[in-house]
Design a protein around this ligand. Sequence first.
Ligand SMILES: [Zn+2]
Length: 327
Amino acid sequence: MDYLACPECAGDLKLTPSKSDGVEILEGALNCLSCARNYPIVRGVPRFANLSEIEEDKAATASSFGWEWQHFTQKDERYGEQMLGWIDPVKAEFFKDKVVLDGGCGKGRHMQLAAEWGARDVVGVDLSDAVESAFAASKGTENMHVVQADLCRLPLKRVFDYAYTIGVIHHQLDPSVGFKSLASKVKPGGKFSVWVYGAENNRWIVKLVSPLRERFTSRMNRRALLHLSKLPTAAVYAASKLIYGPLNRTGGGLRLARHLFYNDYMNTISRFGWREQHTIVFDHLVAPTANYISREEFEKWWKDIGATDVQIGWHNKNSWRGTGIVN
Ligand SMILES: [Zn+2]
């Protein structure tokens, strides 16, 4: 309740629990004291968005990812390292005692890491049904809180020491709106980290994969796509395990590897197993909306919110990561 506010009028909310399980409120209602709107708490999650009532494009994206996140539930010990790669230069120690916002928490994988790294509280927001999985993952951990809401209409106060959004806002029609919305919940002097697909070096995806995704794969039956996506995954898997991985890990091969197509990225994913690579390929085929952001555009977002100490860098030479101070 210290973090929640009415997404429409920013008013305070009054909690009326109807069913709880120890510290966790499972069912109940949140009533806005200013505009009198009501928001239900269903299966442990406060619901500020109803997929049947929001814009079609958002509902379609949320539904695709919600399905994906409930079907890919693997855990990998390298997730921590991977997350730190996306939010670099922020380190695990930084999370200690911080109040953290996860913008687009999916099934809660990064929230769990933030909680393990000592965050005082982690609030994860997602529009999709993946909040059900995130809530299940948060059970028994008192400092993880899951909320179903639109990132552009956050039901939150401006109280966060740190917010991050990893691989999410590029799936919005206008990613700069989600960027600004999340930044507006970071308290003055707090930190914000963002990772998005890059436009540079991804022209082949934009030219070849995106038309296929928009016209065909994102509209397919998801179970069929799950199976069909094993074909390109097999190609990626074989290339990463047999060529990119071994070449990048031998002295002589390294010089050659640098010239290979997409080397930094393929080398990174060569350390992941089949399930993880399948998730990545499926991810690129299922989303109805995906934007590839240029460095220039990314820099502009940070400038527009007046952030300071902004550090922008390449991640695997195919995406941008940025961290800055919100004022
Ligand atoms: Zn209100």
